[in-house]
Design a protein around this ligand. Sequence first.
Ligand code: E4P
Length: 228
Amino acid sequence: MECFFDTANIPEIEKSLSMYPCLGVTTNPSILKSEGSVDFFPHLLQIRQLIGNQRSLHVQLIAQDCQGMLAEAAVLHETLGQRVFVKVPVTEQGLRAMRHLKNGGYNVTATAIYGKMQGLLALEAGADYIAPYCNRMQNMDVDPWDVIACLRQLGDEGQYPGRILAASFKNVGQIMAALEHGAHAITVPPAMLRSALGLPAIQRAVDDFTADWEDTFGAGTNITDLLR
Ligand code: E4P
């Protein structure tokens, strides 16, 4: 599973890195807003330091015109390094920018995808990742699983290099559905991964095993004690 953390929360990233698979961190302006008043570049540099150079950092552009997007992407390259993935919303201006950026050797994540044609156009523009917004599509009565399955099929048939990075999740069921329908990757807040381990039955099973162990070998004894 290619899994990314969809958060800009430093303690959350730090805590989760040792527990959950993480190929990188994705951010957007709303994710940054939820961190309160942060300094944009120092905060992103801190995330980069935390995740290291092997994982990817995805940062969204703000400008809505192609020229502005290219200027912002250049600044992201200069400050965050050439490994940064520039997130570009799939608008007409965004598609134009993506083509320029790919020609310039940038890594591009096409974002804000709500439909099949939009995703296909992003693949055509050469995006490295395309990010369909699963929960937001469901909110609008669009079937995200149909969109993902279709984009996966067209992507495979057309041999586009772009990978499907499913995004915008509100529960674990949506994450699994995205993967089942062909998403190559998912980006999720780590708290959502944690919630998959939150079933009371899981802890109850662990407690029951502990109780049986203690009945057999004595309370407070563990496996290492039995070697002595
Ligand atoms: C990821 O890169 C997207 O921007 C994000 O998953 C959107 O999530 P939301 O629909 O919860 O805002």
